[in-house]
Structure formats: structure tokens, C-alpha cells
Design a protein. Structure first.
Length: 302
């Protein structure tokens, strides 16, 4: 599930970059989540109609609202605005800092311990992202001349991390499907309200069909399936381990960008190599540890 999430999300950066040429940033997010919310409501009614109780909303109502504003509205508003001013590859690589942000927030909010392999893997990824954001120049840091698009994406990244961490901390007795649906609907309402004050650059009837197909893909695959897969990952293996899969996102984005004929710089390539290295280090150590536990359970001597 998390591997598919990485593929869908990686493609989203290229699709978002394309759609903001025809939609306003907030309008693109509203269309994407408006369609996704309808689908999620139908899925929720079909699968959990008998489980839905008023007590659930009373218990988690405030948490749903906060998560909807932060994880749906906040993340996507910053994401689409950021994609207007930065490249798809840069956006994806900046989002690869998610493991670092999530690990730190998990430590602060959930008091989750930070293991050595997490630190090493995240460290490699962070170096790669810093390399891309600074364009390999120390003057960018000294003069604080960062791209506004990069900073917006970074802000969206923080919102995404908070969505996962706060959800695990404050949501009680709510299924993955219920949490995803309720927070998505709440965030969508805010997106629609704000979008009324941000008109599209061109009339709706002049927007090409491919732009609408891009919205549809992001709604169904990235939003509906993506959020379900992400929340399921958090519930089964924890926030920090789930966030590691975000490191695969820039790899997918770079491959798609290259296939579309976009220029890929050596800085971006180096950043991606470092990100992949972080994933490999984390995955190998996790796999070794899992095998050792299995052998111990079988009574073998390690």
C-alpha cells in the first residue's frame, strides 16, 4: 500500500504543476478534494454504515476539524501554491524531508524514540534535499535567498507531518476510513470557501480535458487511495516508519519529469541518489532486524 502511495504521490507533483496552469492553486485543490470527498463518503457508508455512531463524532469532532484544517486544507493550499513557483522535482525532494519532520514531531508529541537506523536514513535524505534547495550554493543559505515555492512546499510538508502525528495522538476509537473521510470533508469545505475568492486564470469551459483528467487522477489515486494507504500504514507500523516511504516519491517524480522532456540538473540527481541511499539504509536494517526476530522466535542462535 505504501509503495503504491509513493508512486501515486510522485506522479502528483507533475500533474499539479500542469493543472495550476489552468486552475488557481486553491481551486485545483478544491476540485481534487471535492470529488475525492464524495467518493470517500460513498465508501464509508457502504463499508461502515452500521459502525457509524454519534458518539464517535462527539468524541473526535474537534480532532477531525483540526486535522481537516491542517492535513487537508493547510497541506494542499501550500502544496498547490508552492507548485506554481517551483519545479516538480524540487517539490518532491522537499517533501522527502517528511521523515525528518515526522520523526522530530513524533518525538515531541508522541514521545517516540528515534532509532539509529532512522537517524542515518533520514540524515542521508536531508542532505540530498538541502543540496537541492540551496542549488549546491552556500550563498543561498548566507543570503537567505530561498525560492518562495520551495518554502511553501516545506510548510505543506510540516502540515502533512502534523496530520499523521496528531491523528495518532488524539483520534480515539475511529477507523482509518472514518478518520480519512471526516477530515477530508472538513478540509474540503474550507478549500471550497477559500476558492470562491481565488478565480481560475481562464474560464472553466476553456480548461483542456487533460487538466480535468489530471484532477481526476489526483482525486481517486492520490487522494482517496493515497490517504487510505497512508493512514493504514500509520496504524499498522507507526508514524516514523510510514514516513520513510515518502523518500521514494522524488524518484518517481524525477523519472516522470525526465520522460516528459524536462531538464534534470546534476544537483537534483545527486539529491535523489542521497534520498535513495537513505531508503536503502533504512530498509536493509529493518529487514535484517525482522529476520533476526523471526529466527529467534524459531529458537535459532544468531
Amino acid at each position: 500500500m505504501l509503495l503504491l502511495f509513493s508512486i501515486f504521490t510522485g506522479a502528483t507533483f507533475n500533474l499539479a504543476k500542469y493543472t495550476v496552469e489552468y486552475f488557481s492553486a486553491i481551486s485545483a485543490a478544491a476540485w481534487r478534494f471535492g470529488l475525492a470527498s464524495l467518493i470517500m463518503i460513498i465508501i464509508l457508508i457502504v463499508k461502515e454504515r452500521k459502525k457509524l455512531k454519534l458518539e464517535l463524532l462527539k468524541q473526535n469532532g474537534l480532532s477531525y476539524i483540526i486535522l481537516g484544517i491542517i492535513g487537508i486544507f493547510g497541506f494542499n493550499a501550500l502544496f498547490f501554491f508552492g507548485m506554481k513557483f517551483t519545479s516538480a522535482i524540487n517539490g518532491a525532494l522537499i517533501m522527502a524531508t517528511n521523515p525528518l519532520v515526522t520523526t522530530i514531531l513524533s518525538r515531541i508529541i508522541l514521545n517516540t524514540s528515534i532509532t539509529k537506523h532512522q537517524g542515518v536514513g533520514v540524515g542521508f535524505s536531508l542532505i540530498g534535499v538541502v543540496l537541492v534547495i540551496t542549488q549546491g550554493s552556500s550563498q543561498v543559505i548566507s543570503q537567505l535567498s530561498f525560492s518562495i515555492g520551495d518554502l511553501l512546499i516545506l510548510g505543506g510538508n510540516i502540515c502533512w507531518s502534523l496530520y499523521g502525528v496528531l491523528g495518532r495522538r488524539y483520534i480515539k476509537n475511529s477507523s482509518t476510513l472514518s478518520t480519512t473521510t471526516f477530515t477530508m470533508v472538513i478540509g474540503t469545505v474550507f478549500l471550497i470557501i477559500v476558492s470562491t475568492f481565488n478565480p481560475n486564470p481562464i474560464p472553466l469551459d476553456q480548461i483542456p480535458h487533460m487538466a480535468w483528467w489530471a484532477i481526476g487522477f489526483m482525486s481517486i489515486f492520490t487522494t482517496v487511495l493515497g490517504y487510505l494507504f497512508w493512514n493504514q500504514g500509520i496504524s499498522e507500523i507507526g508514524t516514523s516508519k510510514t514516513s520513510i516511504f515518502f523518500n521514494l516519491v522524488p524518484v518517481v517524480t524525477m523519472v516522470i519529469s525526465f520522460a516528459l522532456g524536462d531538464k534534470v540538473t546534476w544537483i537534483q540527481v545527486m539529491g535523489t541518489i542521497l534520498v535513495i541511499s537513505g531508503v536503502v539504509i533504512s530498509s536493509n536494517i529493518q529487514l535484517k532486524r525482522k529476520n533476526e526476530i523471526t529466527r529467534l522466535n524459531k529458537g535459532e542462535v544468531i
